[in-house]
Ligand binder design. Structure first.
Ligand code: 3PG
Length: 311
C-alpha cells in the first residue's frame, strides 16, 4: 500500500536529521580525541609547525591510498579546480598552523574559547571587506562574543601573547577559508570528502617549505629523541593519533557541510568547542577561575545568539 506523500516526506526528513546527528556526534568525538593527542604531543614535543605538517601529510597519504585502492572514488579535477582551491588552501594552512602554534603555548581550552569568537570575525570581514550588511540583532550578538572572549583572556591564568594571537589569526584565516570554499564548492562535482582531501594535499605543499624554514630537521630530530626518551615508544602512537584524527574530524565536517547550511555548520562548530573545552579541562586538569569560566560561557552564549539572529 503506498504511503501519502506527507508521510514519506516526514520520514525522509527524520532520516536526514538522524544522519546529520550522526555526522555531528562523530565530528565532535573525533575532534576531542584530536585535541587531546595534539596537546599531549605538543607538551612533550613543542614543534607545532612539524605536527601541523604531519597532520596534513597523514590525511593526504590516507586519501591517496583510498583513491589508489578505489576505497574512495578519485575526484575528477581540472586546472580551474586547483586554481580556485589555492586561496582556500592558503587560508586553511594559515588557520591550521596558527591554531597549533597557539595550542603549543596555552591550554587547549583557552585556544578554543578564543576560537569560539570566530562569528565576530566573520561579521566584521563580511561588513568591512565585502560590504555586506546585517540586521542590528547580529551586531548586538557580537557584544557578548567579544566581551566574553575578552573577559576569558584577561582572567586566563596562563595567558601568553603568542597563544592568544595564534587563535585570533586562526579565526581570521578560517573566515576567509569559509568564504572562499563556499565559492569553490558551489555547483561542484567533487564530494565534501574529496574536496577536503584535495585541500589537505595542496595545504601540505604550501606548508612544508615554511615548516622546514621555521623549525627544520635538526630541531625536529633532537626534540624527537628527547620526547622518545621521556615518554617511551607510545609517543609515536600519540603523533600518529593526532595526525589521523585531525584528518578524520575535518573529513567528517566537510562531509556534513555537503548536507547542511553554513549556518547550521557554525552552530555545530560552537557545540564542538564546548565539548573540547570541557573535556580538555578535565583531562589536563586545567586551572580555571570562576570569572574565567564565566567569560567563556558568555562568549559561547553569544555565538548562539548570533546564530539565532542570523537565522
Ligand atoms: C587546527 O589545528 O586546524 C585547529 O585545531 C582547527 O581548529 P577547528 O576546531 O576550527 O577545526
Amino acid at each position: 500500500k503506498s504511503q501519502p506523500i506527507e508521510a514519506v516526506e516526514v520520514k525522509t526528513e527524520a532520516a536526514k536529521r538522524v544522519k546529520i546527528g550522526i555526522y555531528f556526534a562523530t565530528w565532535w568525538a573525533l575532534n576531542v580525541v584530536f585535541n587531546i593527542y595534539n596537546k599531549k604531543v605538543l607538551n612533550a614535543y613543542p614543534y607545532p609547525w612539524l605536527t601541523s605538517t604531519l597532520s596534513l601529510a597523514c590525511g593526504s597519504l590516507m586519501m591517496l591510498i583510498s583513491w589508489a585502492t578505489r576505497i574512495a572514488e578519485t575526484p575528477k579535477t581540472d586546472f580551474e579546480f586547483w586554481k580556485t582551491l589555492f586561496p582556500v588552501a592558503v587560508a586553511h594552512t594559515i588557520g591550521h598552523v596558527a591554531a597549533t602554534v597557539s595550542m603549543s603555548k596555552v591550554a587547549v581550552s583557552f585556544t578554543h574559547i578564543i576560537k569560539s569568537g570566530e562569528p565576530a570575525f566573520s561579521v566584521l570581514v563580511s561588513r568591512f571587506l565585502l560590504g555586506e550588511t546585517f540586521p542590528p540583532s547580529v551586531y548586538l550578538s557580537l557584544v557578548p562574543i567579544i566581551g566574553g572572549c575578552a573577559l576569558a583572556a584577561v582572567t586566563e591564568l596562563n595567558f601568553n601573547m603568542i597563544g592568544f594571537m595564534g587563535a585570533m589569526i586562526s579565526n581570521l584565516a578560517f573566515v576567509f577559508r569559509n568564504i572562499f570554499s563556499k565559492k569553490g564548492m558551489k555547483g561542484k562535482s567533487v564530494s565534501g570528502m574529496n574536496y577536503y582531501a584535495c585541500l589537505s594535499l595542496l595545504s601540505l605543499l604550501i606548508l612544508t617549505p615554511f615548516a622546514v624554514a621555521v623549525e627544520g630537521p635538526q630541531m625536529w630530530a633532537a626534540g624527537w629523541q628527547k620526547a622518545l626518551s621521556e615518554i617511551g615508544p607510545q609517543f609515536v602512537w600519540w603523533v600518529a593519533a593526532q595526525s589521523i584524527f585531525y584528518h578524520l574530524y575535518n573529513q567528517v565536517s566537510y562531509m556534513s557541510l555537503d548536507e547542511i547550511s553554513p549556518l547550521t555548520f557554525s552552530i555545530g562548530n560552537t557545540m564542538k568547542r564546548i565539548s573540547v573545552i570541557v573535556s580538555s579541562i578535565i583531562i589536563f586538569h586545567t586551572p580555571v577561575q570562576p570569572v574565567n569560566a564565566l567569560g567563556a560561557a558568555i562568549a559561547v552564549l553569544g555565538t548562539f545568539l548570533y546564530s539565532q539572529a542570523k537565522a
